[in-house]
Design a binder for this molecule. Structure first.
Ligand code: AMP
Ligand code: MG
Length: 363
């Protein structure tokens, strides 16, 4: 049975409406977009809010056309079908391939877009779910763990990439974050003072709320994924991305077991790390110019790593960052804890009725 976390979609907006009084004079446009296999909600404010909201939708649809694995005409599909031949790629795919290469290295291989053949073997690409045999997984893992895509190569003024025979890429773990980065540019171009964008678990809290307080972004309780507004806690955010990965967002069940869509590239199996969700939070100025993309890649990778490795990764990155920490974390664990990094302590409120225990990582 397929599950889309439709409940996530309403989270940011619903919360934006509680509590404080909105300015009645501020124009607002809110549109729902079904794209990238998820339900998205775009809410923009200010005089140019309608034009801005529809320009955000255009940006998402334009990216989807290039990056979809199920559209045979997309650039990604052409690359995946190229059987080793170089394929010309446009600027967006070129940038994403380079970013993905970087995140693959920085996460020690946990983030790996070459996991595509394994994602397909589990049926997550075409919604035809099945548990693959170990022999099939062993064969596919050679493609995933082997040398990655080759490029960029310049050929007659165009940029080309190639994959090894049988290899394929899946940008599902990073495309929405990249779309969110592009949306920031659209909002800036339209002089939008504030916006609340939810791309199915990828939230962009742009500016602050009309009453000057931070946006309130709910972290879905993974144990109550079917319930709307069932939160583990709420983040108060301004000019930030908050991107959540969790096994509850997409899964099927067979033989009484649940199999989700985030694949550990070292085993070929859905990650089983003791975490039920990971939220990565970053300001608009972080992530080397791509903070939304970084949050998306790292939420996927840290979910695979598990608590201990994820916090070690966070510590290393904190120490490496020249201008303070580039990102913060909210980890929800299988054993009933919500673990937050110290800078989020005063921006995170545990949902009292959730039953979780809050732990703040020592600084
Ligand atoms: P997210 O919801 O951002 O965590 O991304 C999950 C999606 O990323 C899956 O549905 C797959 O399309 C893809 N994916 C699964 N495992 C990995 C992985 N280890 N590295 C990169 N992408 C992955
Ligand atoms: Mg991701």
């Amino acid at each position: 049975m397929r599950r889309l976390a439709v409940s996530i979609l309403l989270t940011a907006l619903l919360l934006s409406g509680c509590g404080a009084q909105m300015s009645p004079d501020e124009a607002q446009e809110s549109i729902q977009v079904l794209a990238m296999d998820t339900a998205m909600l775009i809410t923009t404010y200010g005089e140019r809010s309608p034009a801005a909201a529809y320009a955000c939708e255009d940006a998402i649809r334009d990216l989807e056309k290039q990056l979809s694995r199920t559209d045979p005409d997309s650039e990604v599909s052409r690359l995946n079908a190229s059987a080793g031949e170089p394929v010309e790629v446009g600027e967006d795919l070129g940038v994403l391939l380079e970013l993905a290469k970087y995140y693959h290295g920085s996460t020690g291989g946990a983030f790996n877009i070459a996991v595509a053949p394994v994602v397909s073997a589990w049926g997550f690409t075409e919604d035809s779910f099945q548990v693959p045999s170990q022999a099939e997984l062993d064969g596919l893992l050679e493609l995933v763990q082997g040398p990655s895509y080759i490029g960029p190569r310049s050929s007659g003024g165009t940029i080309c990439y190639s994959l090894g025979p049988g290899q394929a890429i899946d940008l599902g773990g990073i495309a929405k974050g990249y779309a969110a980065d592009k949306i920031v540019k659209v909002l800036q171009e339209h002089d939008v003072p504030r916006a609340n964008i939810n791309l199915g678990g990828n939230v962009l809290a742009y500016g602050d709320r009309p009453d000057g307080t931070p946006w309130r972004v709910g972290i879905q309780d993974p144990a109550r994924a079917d319930e709307q507004n069932a939160f583990a806690g709420v983040l108060a955010l301004t000019d930030s991305f908050a991107v959540t990965s969790g096994g509850y967002q997409r899964y099927f069940e067979e033989g009484g077991k649940r199999y989700h869509h985030i694949i550990d590239p070292s085993t070929g199996y859905p990650a089983d790390s003791g975490l039920t969700s990971v939220t990565v939070v970053a300001g608009l100025g972080g992530g080397d110019g791509f903070p939304g993309t970084m949050c998306d890649a790292y939420s996927t990778a840290l979910f695979i790593m598990g608590e201990e490795q994820a916090l070690a990764f966070w510590r290393d990155e904190t120490q490496r960052g020249e201008q303070g920490c580039p990102f913060e974390l909210v980890l929800v664990t299988e054993d009933g804890r919500v673990v937050v990094t110290p800078s989020l302590a005063d921006r995170f409120t545990l949902e009292e009725t959730s039953g979780y225990t809050l732990e703040v990582v020592p600084s």
